[in-house]
Unconditional design. Structure first.
Length: 436
């Protein structure tokens, strides 16, 4: 094991041995290298005559660039857009995102959390989590309604086992007892459980209520108190897109952080969906834990291991993307711009709910609960989802996502409010045609 990894492990072990135990074998071995990166950083600070350390080109003291590229980048200097960013992410963005996170989650205000580490959006963040925290055979606890890429990340490319529970209870609420039973069943096989909570949920568009959030927090802290090591990962990709009053409008990360030594919370979020910049690929990993003594030392160790994983996979996230997101966060119009787009999304969701009250649809499908996010799902009653998907595409030029035999996912995020009724009438017509 590299001495730098040993040093980071000692810091974690001394402050909270349970966190050390939760690390995967890879996670225990990870560190942030001091080689070229450290030498380059030292040279940047002290080499006032010649600096021949960095694998970038300069010209007359400035970052070398092609005018045909810089002409397309408005308002950013080459040093803010074309150069390598640190593997941790650029510091001003990390600080700005943390500050914004604290404002969006007031329950965090009396808690100590890490500085976010920048990832290539949440997909990459999940892969980093798999490397750092998941060993062969570890259980990843998920509901039966999930984003399909979890399978690729944790099982196909990783070594974990996805274990599912029924997401909704008979009343259409989040099934906390089923979550509890799944965790307890898996804890017999392993002393560690990774619980992945995704709200607003993809594909259903469901977010937990305030009461359900409190129940989940009590459940996980109670199981941790009983001796189970729990890593609670919150995939907050669609955070903030909450359309109903009873929905928990904070991340459940804020409800659980710092509660129990055996409960490690990890927040994954990003600008991707929150700020409608899907192709910029800017996400974040933030840690929260119960730590004795100097928490900043432990968080620094976790950040270094995380940045080491970033360094060993993609090196760093696009500097240009990070600078664009940072400038947006700092803009005086940012809050108003977000409010405007939120209003559009909320009106679509409310119109969708109104349309689906029409009893003419009742014979063809039932609607899974939804109150947030980009998506909603219907459960077809008499036609195969894939058959209907293809039929709608071929005959009506209408594209939906089929999930399993019965479920269709509809992304109302990309359907204009005035087109919603026609869309569902088209789905109904297609279903009836296949039934005949």
């Amino acid at each position: 094991m590299n001495p730098l990894a040993k040093e980071l492990n000692e810091i974690i072990l001394n402050a909270n041995p349970h966190i050390y135990d939760m690390l995967s074998d890879t996670g225990k071995n990870l560190y942030f290298p001091k080689g070229i990166l450290t030498q380059s950083a030292e040279a940047k600070e002290k080499a006032d005559k010649y600096n021949a350390t960095v694998g970038m080109a300069t010209e007359k003291g400035q970052t070398m660039h092609l005018p045909s590229i810089m002409n397309k980048i408005c308002g950013l200097a080459p040093e803010e857009s074309l150069t390598y960013a640190p593997s941790f992410g650029i510091m001003p963005l990390r600080k700005a995102w943390k500050e914004a996170m604290m404002k969006k989650n007031p329950s965090l205000n009396d808690k100590v959390i890490s500085l976010p580490v920048v990832t290539n959006a949440i997909t990459h963040g999940l892969r980093v989590i798999a490397d750092l925290w998941v060993d062969e055979g570890d259980a990843i606890i998920l509901p039966d309604k999930i984003w399909g890429n979890y399978n690729m990340i944790f099982e196909t490319l990783g070594t974990g086992r996805i274990c599912k529970y029924q997401m909704f209870d008979k009343d259409g609420g989040f099934n906390v007892p089923a979550l509890k039973k799944c965790i307890q069943t898996e804890s017999i096989k392993n002393s560690k459980a990774i619980v992945l909570l995704n709200f607003p949920n993809n594909p259903t568009g469901y977010s937990i209520t305030k009461e359900e959030g409190a129940e989940i927090a009590v459940l996980l802290t109670g199981l941790a108190n009983d001796g189970l090591n729990i890593i609670a990962v919150t995939d907050d990709a669609y955070f903030g897109l909450f359309y109903e009053d009873e929905v928990l409008k904070e991340s459940i990360f804020a409800q659980m952080t710092g509660k129990e030594p055996r409960l490690l919370t990890i927040k994954l979020d990003g600008a991707t969906k929150e700020d409608y910049v899907w192709g910029l690929r800017v996400g974040f990993i933030t840690y929260g834990a119960s730590i004795e003594g100097n928490a900043s030392l432990v968080y620094d160790a976790l950040e270094r291991k995380t940045a080491g994983c970033v360094r060993g996979s993609i090196s760093s996230v696009s500097h240009l993307s990070q600078s664009i997101v940072l400038r947006s966060l700092e803009s005086d119009s940012y809050i108003a711009e977000k409010a405007e787009k939120f209003g559009i999304m909320k009106r679509r969701a409310l119109e969708l709910k109104q349309v689906l009250l029409d009893p003419k649809y009742d014979d063809a499908w039932e609607v899974y609960p939804f109150n947030s996010g980009y998506f909603m799902c219907i459960k077809l009653k008499y036609v195969n989802a894939e058959h209907l998907r293809v039929h709608l595409l071929d005959k009506y030029g209408t594209g939906l996502i089929a999930i399993g035999d019965t479920d269709l996912r509809i992304a109302f995020s990309c359907i204009e409010e005035d087109d919603i009724r026609q869309l569902f009438d088209t789905i109904l017509a297609g279903a009836k045609e296949l039934r005949i």
